[in-house]
Design a protein. Structure first.
Length: 230
């Protein structure tokens, strides 16, 4: 059987996950994964040019893939939209088998040199959720929805990492509160629209922002963007 680059990427990630709890997403972990899988170092570096950083990013995207698959397997037609979002975030966290691996990732992406990458990954998760739920916005709302959900998701992850309640019950309550907060903001915006003067100003601003369009899809077959099987 011929081993494809995708197979090799998966093997490297699986091997790395055994070392991350002890050595973090580090060069030590990357080299250990190469040794464990007996992968040609040049091939490994071609798949993950930044080493463990790209492995950590691949791990995050793998969790997104699993979340989307789990969400598609559910019948959410009877759920309120806010409950669909809550379910998606919950499924994303439940896709993780080892909290310590995520904790090490949070530490990695908190470093100044990698914060942009971390923010990009969180934005990607929010985008996958909205897309999976059928979002068709093509104006500034495309950005505001993802920005808001990115904030909800990132704060929920941090809470979840420190949660030792049974079945993470406290985390799901925290998540519900965060989504309720967002819904309150939408209610305030609706009231402003009905307020003379302020309503006209807001309508004018929204009319201007409606010209904003979401970015075009980018290629995902470039180095450092190794796609793993779902």
């Amino acid at each position: 059987m011929t081993t494809t680059p995708k197979d090799t990427a998966t093997q490297l990630l699986d091997a790395a996950l055994l070392h991350v709890p002890f050595d973090g997403w580090s060069e030590t972990t990357f080299k250990a994964a190469i040794a464990d899988t007996e992968t040609n170092p040049a091939l490994a570096r071609g798949l993950f040019p930044r080493g463990a950083v790209d492995l950590a990013a691949a791990f995050h995207r793998q969790g997104d893939d699993r979340m989307v698959a789990a969400l598609k397997a559910r019948n959410v037609s009877d759920l309120r939209f806010r409950d669909r979002i809550a379910l998606a975030v919950r499924l994303r966290l439940e896709a993780v088998e080892d909290k310590e691996v995520v904790r090490r990732g949070v530490t990695l992406f908190a470093r100044p040199t990698h914060t942009a990458e971390g923010a990009k990954l969180i934005w990607g998760t929010a985008d996958r959720i909205w897309t999976a739920l059928g979002d068709t916005s093509d104006d500034v709302n495309w950005y505001t929805k993802r920005a808001t959900l990115s904030g909800v998701y990132s704060s929920t992850v941090l809470y979840w990492l420190g949660d030792d309640s049974p079945n993470h019950h406290a985390t799901w309550e925290f998540l519900d509160r965060r989504i309720d907060d967002v819904m309150q903001i939408e209610k305030v915006k609706a009231r402003i629209r009905k307020t003379p003067g302020l309503g006209r100003m807001m309508t004018g601003a929204e009319s201007f922002l409606s010209r904003v369009r979401p970015p075009k899809p980018k290629r995902d077959d470039l180095p450092g963007g190794a796609t793993l099987p779902r």
